[in-house]
Design a protein around this ligand. Structure first.
Ligand SMILES: [Mn+2]
Length: 314
């Protein structure tokens, strides 16, 4: 029996962690002879994720710092990537691993494999929607605890089904899980967002807790997103946020950093940019203002920010 590590992207959000934990549980239920070990690429995880895992008595995923080269004669460490597939977002030392699976809802980046691989990429609103679908596909009956964990990540990743990344599949599965749990999915989602706590984040955490690096037009562009139920309160710390953005960008050697302060109740994002603002300004069609620019309706980093930036860099 070999161990297979299952993990979401760096700076994990609720979907990254939950998809890894739930997919590992699904695979373990299928008894294919391997042991699937849920991991995460950071020491901590979002508050709402921690509370939900604790509530159901699920172990914290194991922190995976890097994958070491295999010892002589040993096989490479096998891994499954969830909620990401790009090398810039995955574990350090990925070249020392054998990727045996990918379950994701992002664009296909630079992943390559030596052997045929379990690769499920669907453009749905959350990776946990795909994991829900896989439970059904394999005929594995999920527990209420699993249903609640999956629904929580479906709701955070689709911003309570309001993000333009939301599909009919997400709506259908969310309704199904909600019915089963006896909750209204949107009200449940609000409670999940609120469990995160508003205003108790430092500027450093707002910048770094959910940030991804994209290679765009030969530049390293970081796009961070801080989702809150009280954007105004977050922006009271604007000076600190600006400083933290510049410090993060400099430390990572990034060319540009875009931070979205997303107010999920107001349904939009305040966009702050530091570093070389050429690609971000061109992609988003905005100016770089010190106080940031309010973009109504912008809830999805992937569809409404990363995609136009990538197009602007071409
Ligand atoms: Mn996701």
């Amino acid at each position: 029996m070999s161990k297979v590590y299952v993990f979401g992207h760096k700076n994990p959000d609720n979907d990254a962690i939950m998809s890894a934990v739930m997919f590992a549980q699904l695979k373990n239920a299928l008894n294919d002879g391997n042991e699937y070990v849920p991991c995460m690429l950071s020491q901590g995880m979002p508050k709402e994720t921690e509370l939900m895992l604790e509530k159901h008595g699920f172990d914290k995923p194991q922190y995976l710092e890097k994958i070491e080269p295999a010892a002589d004669g040993e096989a490479k460490q096998q891994v499954v990537l969830t909620d990401h597939n790009e090398s810039s977002q995955t574990v350090d030392g990925i070249e020392n691993a054998e990727i045996v699976g990918v379950v994701d809802h992002h664009r296909i980046g630079d992943v390559t494999t030596a052997n045929p691989v379990f690769f499920v990429a669907l453009p749905w609103g959350s990776t946990c929607t795909i994991v829900t679908y896989l439970f059904k596909a394999y005929g594995v009956e999920m527990s209420d605890a699993q249903a609640e964990c999956l629904l929580s990540a479906m709701m955070t990743d689709t911003v309570m089904l309001k993000s333009p990344t939301t599909t009919d599949v997400d709506r259908t599965f969310a309704a199904e899980l909600g019915e089963r749990l006896g909750v209204d999915p949107v009200e449940f989602g609000k409670a999940v967002f609120k469990s995160r706590g508003a205003g108790d984040f430092t500027p450093e955490q707002m910048v770094s807790r959910d940030i991804k690096c994209f290679e765009i037009g030969g530049q390293q562009v970081y796009i961070g997103q801080y989702e809150t139920v009280d954007g105004a309160a977050a922006l009271e710390q604007l000076d600190g946020i600006r400083e933290a953005m510049e410090a993060y960008r400099t430390e990572k050697g990034g060319d540009a950093l875009v931070l979205l302060v997303t107010d999920i109740l107001e349904e939009g994002s305040q966009v702050l940019i530091c570093g070389d603002d050429t690609i971000p300004c061109k992609g988003l069609g905005i100016e770089n203002k010190p106080e940031g620019v309010w973009m109504p309706g912008v809830l999805s980093r992937k569809k409404q920010v990363a995609a136009p930036l990538i197009a602007a860099g071409e």
